[in-house]
Design a protein around this ligand. Structure first.
Ligand SMILES: [Ca+2]
Ligand SMILES: [Ca+2]
Ligand SMILES: [Ca+2]
Length: 426
């Protein structure tokens, strides 16, 4: 009998040892999603089990707000997910690509982009219709209060291609991307289509009231167009500002061919629905076939994926945390293959530094083989957001479309700072 008890005791001890010793080790260093092909960088899983995370914003070095597509704003404080949402938006319409999609913080107000059938404020004339709206909120450290409606935008007919990312630029203006929602208007380069209707655009507006920013490129082309910075955009899940030049770069995703990275100068027409990818690859189309709002210009992408992978976010690493090699470099991710891309811009930062690669000098990745030159990591299921933290490291939200949007918050750090990272690589 005592032998049996002794054995049982040993088994219990072993089980406890596994729980308290091995499990925390695994939480620290194991099971990270994704693999990087640069051993000087390591992936850490900060939080697992997130529900359809679409976007995040850093409040300060200890606090991160992120969005769940179905309508919750959640707080991560000192690396711990707080159990209660800081805001639950009612009447969110989250079908297909709609939902709570974008968040930004400018040190004063928090900005949200949401598809909804209700409204967060009184007196909105379009309540009851499904609309995309941009609000600003006050952040008091634990909740979002005082909603102000800045933009009341279309959300139909397509339930896909809503856009939704937003950001405050170095000029302190609010930039918002809105997808085409399958419309065929002048903003989608249909000469005889309906006039400008707030789809397929990047808006540049005053963050206080949503009015057109001064010096916008189309201020002389009517009230609607006065708020536009760019048009002819099929859909985008991310953009960022070059920390050196201040220029806006966007990521755009194509139907089955051509994802794009573009430098978006004021007045940019990206070409959709006449052009996707470099205009020379679209048979029979010239720039004269595009709708030319006075003050607009067409430009080819600075990089394209010949086969669409659902490119999502783009992020400049405005940080020295990864060494001079990566400082102000360009990261991008996709939703379909869960790949993390890395590009070094050229010397004058007017494009990618790919002149020395004979296969990529055409600025088009025509095959998986060609993509390998700009692939930094794989196996992230899907990437919805990339941001640089206050600590200078790179933060990634993953989003598994095949698994109800299940996701994680990952952090990429220098390997020299990781705890046990090098031993777990063997
Ligand atoms: Ca384009
Ligand atoms: Ca090529
Ligand atoms: Ca981002």
């Amino acid at each position: 009998m005592s032998d049996v008890l002794w054995t049982l005791g040993l088994m219990l001890f072993a089980a406890l040892a596994f729980t308290f010793i091995l499990l925390p080790l695994n939480l620290n260093v194991g099971f990270a999603q994704g693999q990087l092909n640069d051993p000087s960088l390591t992936i850490q899983t900060m939080i697992d089990g997130l529900v359809s995370p679409t976007s995040l914003a850093f409040i300060n070095d200890n606090n991160i707000l992120f969005l769940e597509k179905e309508g919750n704003v959640r707080l991560i404080s000192n690396s711990a997910l707080q159990s209660e949402p800081v805001l639950q938006i009612e009447q969110v319409e989250s079908n297909n690509e709609r939902g709570l999609l974008g968040i930004a913080y400018d040190g004063d107000r928090v900005y949200l982009f949401v598809t909804e059938s209700g409204a967060q404020v009184e007196g909105v004339s379009t309540v009851g219709e499904v609309r995309n709206r941009v609000y600003s909120y006050a952040w008091d450290g634990s909740s979002l209060t005082d909603p102000q409606l800045l933009l009341d935008l279309p959300a139909t007919p397509g339930t896909n291609h809503q856009g939704g990312k937003l950001k405050v630029g170095p000029d302190n203006q609010l930039y918002v991307v809105v997808g085409e929602m399958q419309r065929e208007g002048q903003l989608q380069n249909f000469m005889n289509g309906p006039p400008p209707d707030d789809t397929g655009v990047i808006l540049r507006v005053n963050p206080d009231d949503g009015s057109a920013s001064t010096n916008n490129p189309f201020v002389d082309s009517g009230e609607e167009a006065g708020r536009y910075y760019a048009y002819g955009i099929r859909n985008s899940y991310g953009f960022d500002f070059d920390p050196v030049t201040g220029k806006l770069w966007d990521a755009e995703n194509g139907e089955d061919v051509f994802d794009e990275i573009n430098i978006v100068e004021p007045g940019f027409n990206s070409g959709w629905k006449s052009v996707m990818g470099p205009i020379g690859t679209n048979a029979g189309v010239t720039e004269s076939d595009l709708v030319n709002i006075s003050g607009s210009h067409y430009a080819d992408p600075v990089f394209s994926w010949a086969e669409s992978r659902g490119l999502t976010d783009i992020e400049f690493l405005n940080s020295t945390a990864f060494g001079s090699k990566y400082e102000n470099g360009i990261f991008a991710g996709d939703i379909t293959s869960g790949t993390l891309y890395y590009f070094q811009p050229n010397a004058d930062r007017t494009g990618m530094g790919l002149e020395s690669d004979p296969l990529l000098i055409d600025k088009v990745a025509d095959s998986d083989d060609e993509l390998s030159a700009v692939t930094l990591g794989t196996g992230f299921t899907g990437i919805s957001e990339i941001e640089t933290g206050f600590d200078g490291n790179l933060y990634i939200l993953t989003y598994d479309r095949e698994n109800e949007g299940q996701g994680s918050l990952l952090k990429i750090i220098p390997s020299s700072f990781s705890e046990g990272g090098s031993s777990s690589q063997e």
